[in-house]
Design a protein. Structure first.
Length: 155
């Protein structure tokens, strides 16, 4: 009897975590795609047009790659969060987004500045906007996880 109850409980917790991962994936994917579109095309668009000699001509831009790589990022952002999820609320997601930004965005922005002929202002904006994007994604992810059940980390 105990084995059956434990098995059912573990199965229920696994289903809850799987649901969290997929809902979290959609949340993070939509959030990051919207923010990247807003930043890349609207906020930084004028800056990019002033340095057009650096970038591919718009006809050569591989736009299809953006949502594909965004899907990979979103899945692993959520998957890694799920492995350490503690159910501590909004600040858990903010902290996770900050750590992810420092691990991914900071090196990307400043390595790009070191190797590409871009103005420092672009690297700084990539870092700041990217950090904000990851913090927002982490916060929304923690809210989604919190809304979808208990704080168990069983998978």
């Amino acid at each position: 009897m105990l084995w059956t109850s434990t098995s059912v409980l573990l199965h229920t917790e696994e289903k809850t975590m799987n649901k969290r991962i997929w809902i979290g994936f959609v949340t993070v994917f939509v959030t990051t795609q919207l923010i990247e579109g807003l930043v890349g095309f609207i906020l930084l668009g004028p800056t990019y047009s002033h340095s057009s000699h650096i970038w591919r001509p718009i006809a050569e831009v591989k736009l299809w790659m953006l949502p594909v790589t965004g899907a990979f990022f979103s899945f692993f952002f959520v998957f890694i969060f799920s492995k350490g999820y503690e159910g501590k609320g909004l600040l858990e997601g903010v902290r996770y987004g900050t750590y992810a930004a420092l691990m991914i965005v900071l090196p990307h922005a400043y390595n790009s500045y070191a190797t590409l002929q871009i103005p420092y202002s672009i690297a700084l904006q990539w870092f700041l906007f990217g950090t904000l994007e990851y913090i927002i994604a982490g916060a929304l992810l923690s809210i989604a996880f919190q809304l979808l059940g208990s704080s168990s980390t069983s998978t």
